[in-house]
Design a protein around this ligand. Sequence first.
Ligand code: ADP
Ligand code: ADP
Length: 225
Amino acid sequence: MAGLDLAHVSKAYGAFEAVKDVSLTIEEGEFAVFVGPSGCGKSTLLRLIAGLDPVSDGKIAIGADDVTRRPAGTRSVAMVFQSYALYPHMSVFDNIAFPLQMERRSKDDIRQQVEKAANIVQLGTRLGDKPAKLSGGQRQRVAIARAIVRKPAIFLMDEPLSNLDAALRMEMRTELTRLHKQLGATMVYVTHDQLEAMTMADRIVVLNGGRVEQVGRPMDIYHKP
Ligand code: ADP
Ligand code: ADP
């Protein structure tokens, strides 16, 4: 685990600046949630942290490591997307195992890590199934387990519950809060759902027009006098 430090981070696409001079520290173990209107730069900022896009300016540090110029695969982060991004032809086991197989870990080690992660997300009995046999919520649990096995310093989640129906979203909010506590993980979570932000965040970062507009605890942000 580690915290995250952004210093004067900007991102331009041509003449358009999607992220403008964002400075922000997220503590180790903190659950930070980025909120704000569509197009305010939430996803872009997450992609910059992940290294999926290079910054135009500024610095990004994970713990003591300056990762600004490091490509995505070398940063200790794991990202979960709204679309799950699972491999449809592969079993749940193989989907979760994929990052470990890329690292050429031993078969025993892989099996142990995959079973442990699958149990954490309550999919221990579905390891042989293909994603098509699972519900949306279960598919997102597979994606979360695939992030867990990498033991990242920071989990990055981009609207992970937006494709789920209301009942499942409620269930998964509880799940993610439990997961955060159980793993002691640093989480950076993007949503446009105020209820998700209020129920899960230690700290909310409000973005607007690519800038940080406000940072505070949920009660400071949503319960103004
Ligand atoms: P949010 O996640 O808050 O909805 P985004 O970070 O996806 O916002 O986008 C912020 C702004 O940057 C939007 O205006 C979007 O169209 C623009 N943008 C994002 N990615 C690109 C890109 N690759 N090229 C050009 N513009 C982009
Ligand atoms: P999301 O915010 O759910 O990731 P988007 O539609 O904003 O979905 O982005 C999907 C992809 O398209 C991303 O890779 C993003 O960088 C890119 N993108 C978003 N807006 C633009 C844009 N105006 N021009 C070019 N690429 C864009």
